[in-house]
Design a binder for this molecule. Sequence first.
Ligand code: GLV
Length: 347
Amino acid sequence: MADAGAGLDRVTADARADEPTKPRVFLTRLIPEPGLTSLREAFEVVGGTEDRPATREELLSNVRDVDAMLCLLTESIDKEVVDATGPRLRVISNMAVGFDNIDVAAATARRIVVTNTPGVLTDATADLTWSLILALSRRVVEGDRLVREGRFPTWGPFVLLGREVFGATLGIVGMGRIGQAVARRAAGFEMPVLYVRRGGPLADADIPCGARWEYREELDDLLRESDIVSLHVPLDQRTRHLIGERELSLMRPGSFLINTSRGPVVDEAALVAALREGELGGAGLDVYEREPELAPGLVGLDNVVLLPHLGSGTRETRGRMAEMAVRNAIAIVRGEGKASVVNPEVL
Ligand code: GLV
């Protein structure tokens, strides 16, 4: 029996030795199915068994001997982490459209490809932006609180009056995929849309038939003319604190600021001050400057709706993001299929 068992062990070991070895991936955090299974089929997976951000120590040690890293926006892949990667690392695949958590310049310097997941989260993020616009304008969260606290004696002509969304002017800062999806939804509310865009005005063919989308050259003009301003720019050196004290002071009294892009696009301390002074009508925030910390004073304000970075947070979208991040990693490591590459100069 013992001999036969030993023989079997040897046969299995020999068979394994014949199997082509899989490339290795460092998964920084548990990701949804079916991406997880696809990742395990294609790679030998290191890490990613728990739903929590990887620690600094895990990042620095697990990047040494892998061909790919699949990370999330909760991990800061800065120069120190990039410099700790071993010579095998070909790709850093981010399960997010934004990639401000990665030092792309450092990765490029080491000829590491960085990929992201655009497109698959556009509609979910646009829907969430609208949840904030409506919740803020119609005081949905305050209303819910009032009912739960037993402070709803009866209908009243002056109870929690909000502001009309229908026909209000919507200003969109950053008219990319998500900005345009937000603007398309505004048609149902018959809202004129103003927009600023790095690349200049959209081509006529990109504007839906009958839509009232007007380009503004200057952000200041958009801020002065809009009732609701919604931010959809990527975070980089040009957009950090794009909305600060001066910009907030240009906004119409009583107007709303919505941010579902990245927290540092807004100077949060200046926002708290503007909301306290009462000039700004309110703010709907899904992202924060020092996420998950909030600027002092923010939670004490009634005229804000605060969400925990839920922009892409539907089952369907998170599933698609994970699948795309896995496909991106496979495409780069195997050199087959398409990847969404943010630093194509390294290819
Ligand atoms: C989410 O915030 C993303 O960038 O995908």
